[in-house]
Design a binder for this molecule. Sequence first.
Ligand code: GTP
Ligand code: SPV
Ligand code: MN
Length: 584
Amino acid sequence: MSVTSAVERWLDEAAELTRPAKVLWCDGSPAEYDRLADEMLRDGTLLALNPRTYPGCYLHRSHPSDVARTEQLTFICTWAREDAGPTNNWMPPADGKVRAGAFLRSSMRGRTMYVIPYLMGPAGSPMSRTGVMVTDSAYVVASMHLMTRVGPVAFRHMRSDDDFVAGLHSLGDLSPERRLILHFPEEQLIWSVGSGYGGNALLGKKCHALRIASWRARQEGWLAEHMLIIGVEDPAGRVTYLAAAMPSASGKTNLSMVVSTLPGWRAWTLGDDIAWMWIDAQGQLRAINPERGFFGVAPNTSPRTNRNATEMVHANTIFTNVALTPSGEPWWEGLTPEPPAGLVDWQGQPWRPGGGPAAHPNSRFTVPVAQCPSVAPNWEDPQGVPISGLIFGSRRSAVIPLVFEAFDWRHGVFLGSAMSTETTAAITGTVGLVRRDPMAMLPFCGYNMADYFAHWLTTGPRIATPPRIFRVNWFRRDADGRFLWPGYGENMRVLRWMVERIRGSADAVETPIGWVPTPAALDTSGLDLGPAQLAAALRCDRGEWLAALRDLDAFYAGFGPRLPASIAETLAETRRRLRDSARR
Ligand code: GTP
Ligand code: SPV
Ligand code: MN
């Protein structure tokens, strides 16, 4: 591998601080993966699953206090506090290095420091970016193998000596008291210590591909988003590409590989979590998936909800914090209607009915994208795919209709900025709290979100035909707490309406919040869904909306004068439309 002097300097620095017993370069080869797996089977980091039904699959149990992203310990360390903005935790870079440095000093003593050169994005894409991370966790190395393109290919994409994102990761002692996930966007640098879990530790994912990349994207005029990428094929064989932002554990993986219930319609999967999008020379918005694996939520994944995911995790998959059956198979709530007898829970203890979930609610599978039965043939196209529609979805039991369309780009950016959602098990803390989560990027935007809104606002007019922007909510409930919309495969009906809107053929009614489908425009044939229930799913309640918008003023006020005027104006226009329509 051709290692630049800047890479060498960075590795020297990392080793100087953490003092590993040895340094091991990773080449990303299958032999290396097998070697790591063997080591982890020997030291108990991994358990082998049933080799007949789950060949090449492993179970990893993480530390019980290390099972989700810890947002309160995640910081953006910019020189100026305002550059991180009011929605990010901030620390001055020097303080961050002192505080995390104390946890990292000699943290790899007696351990191996693995050096992982990795590429985010397909080989040969002008959008792909290099990272070089070091870690003392073999589980992180194996996961990076599945989630990114590890090896010499990474160096071939560097445009200059120092054109890489540097990542320093150490398990430390796994104590939440000595855990910090720090981002230094001005230095293209990440320091993470004290966690071995997912987004805290697989630095290519949220840390690099979203927080650091979003900073770079703004400087360079592109977008790094928490979005799935999907191709929707109609009965004539025409494919329309959409990208959709939804908060953590709120439906991206499921929608990205949706199994259509509509005859003739089908979906092609390109990505389930992150999209990098740019405007090409013709003014077309295009997207690539920077990842090469899925790190998906296990609970509720079943042949009924997500047949593709259920099939693809039967080989070469690492499961984290799921339950184990006596026959050595993984299990989680929702996989089968009844739990099998003799389960061992995610912490390795015998499980008893009524004793809490057998699998952790944020238990996950890690698996290569290529194994997805619905993977798009062009998912690794270096030029990406043209995006015709963008979706903002959140998890709200009330207020937000199943689907509606923004009036235009500016209104769509407002709708994204105004998004709120109920929290999930993907983050440490209380589940079910409604919080603001603009564009599903609250935990992932590496800079001031007011500047992020401004960046979005200026991006639309640069696109020849800006994508239509849609808002969705699969999670609205009736008075008895039941979901109004069946979701999962039936979401294809909503995707179909979007595709037909993009082509100009689907009906909608203008409401104060945007274009809502007429009941007849949504294909509900064969669904057990009466007109009253459909109306309830699509309803825009003016009173509820006006109440919900009240809370937005305070949120926007937090950004002070940095908030783009257009956002506040669109809020005022929305209010005016809601009040006027109530009077009529
Ligand atoms: P991250 O990987 O954390 O970013 O999550 P994600 O957005 O990919 O979420 P995922 O698709 O894994 O879904 C998370 C949870 O939402 C699972 O428990 C799903 O069963 C549930 N879910 C997904 N789609 C639907 C839907 O259409 N309706 C309902 N009711 N639940 C859904
Ligand atoms: C999310 O929380 O949005 C995830 C899982 O996709 S993690 O990789 O932990 O961020
Ligand atoms: Mn995610």
